[in-house]
Design a protein around this ligand. Sequence first.
Ligand code: GDG
Length: 472
Amino acid sequence: MSKTIIVSNRLPVKVNITDGELSMQASEGGLATGLGSIYKEGNNVWIGWPGTEVAEEQQKHVTNQLKDLRLSPVFLTKEDILLFYEGFSNEILWPVFHYMSTYARYEDEYWESYRQVNEKFKTAILQVAEAGDTIWIHDYQLLLLAGLIRRELPNITIGFFQHIPFPSYELFRLIPWRSELLEGMLGADLVGFHTYDDARHFLSAATRILQLQSSSNIVTYNQRSVVVESFPMGIDDTKFNDLVLTNDEVRNNISHLEESFTNIRMILSIDRLDYSKGILQRLQAFDIFLQEHPEYKEKVSLYMIVVPSRDTVTQYKELRDEIDKLVGNINARFRTNTWSPVNYFYRSFPLEMLSALYSFAEICLVTPMRDGMNLVCKEYVASRTHNDGVLILSEMAGASKELIDAIIVNPNNVRQMSAALVEALNMSEDEQVRRMTQMRMLVSKYNITNWVKVFMERLEETKRLQLSLQAR
Ligand code: GDG
């Protein structure tokens, strides 16, 4: 019986080893939820890194424990994590793909490690893959993998999905290993992105850098037709809706918020610490808003959660310091004895608190400089069970192509963002409901289950197309 093999850098569980004792923590992420129904069926399996360094003598034990969960680990060394993950993935691909190319450090040893780790993943896949299987590879850490597998198993079905943006040709061409990366991706039968623009940028890079022929969204590489398309990812909308309506802890948290924020209207923002998320620009906009609209003093607060991430890297550390400074500055200038304009948290929160905040906040402010999709804004919409609330959304987030009933802003235009806050605070109930209802319908219809189904069906169709072309 043929099977589906899901591959991503991280497994949907995090393995913890303390004093030799093994424990596992399931990921609550959307991808884990969406693919959960797939990798647990039949002989299917999910291959990835268990999220921690595992000593050699413990690897067999970890492998056996994960096997029962239909998970298969790829073990990475400290050096792999430093060079492949933090180096090539996060100091080259992440900044360039998010249009921050000046942050990129093109180190040969990063590339060497990236190649080797992609080979490690290939070896893990070849141990389980058989003719007739379908392999679905995820994200920018594994750009070479499809090509490596294709060489060994020329007829196997491979889908690749990239969760972050694909930059314009002018940016992508800066990477010294641009051809190798493209050739790796073109090992897939179907290459998917969140938006039409990302797909277009990829096609343009492939045809210009590798001089390939393309027609519409199909590019020919090594006599194979590779289909390139957009598949905007959705969320588990029912989960967020039901948390608000039926979860006691969430209800409790909402009551506490109502007590602490009596007569104060909340603007919510939630991101991982990252320069792509536009956190500083958001604070600047809020600063302008407070300066120009003193009538909102003691009436509006920004509740800003920044989840710690990569903060050993210089740019991230600097960003964190800048945020601290700006928040301190705004609060020092505007706060009163009973009111803080910015409630800033540098930590993560349990899902039950996130859900309560989504439900309580009148406005959600999502202003990345670049974002593949951005799931926070969809989670906010799915949590608005009364159909009210206003989403302010950056046009640079993939989600802005779908959530057109948000107030759409350019995150570089801090005055426009400040004006958007005023517009949101004054939006009539009817208008809020009209917009939110539209957005909720969309988030519900194109949810994570639908996303997985559409991608898998398209992959199957693509393979059929390939076989029929080959037979001619
Ligand atoms: C990449 C792409 C694309 C956040 N804080 C807490 C918490 N979260 C959860 C949110 C949301 C997720 O983290 C963040 O998802 P995003 O989509 O916003 O961003 P990335 O992590 O950068 O994801 C992105 C995505 O892949 C999917 O393709 O949309 O563009 O960059 O689900 O809820 N969860 C908990 N506590 C927190 O404090 N429990």
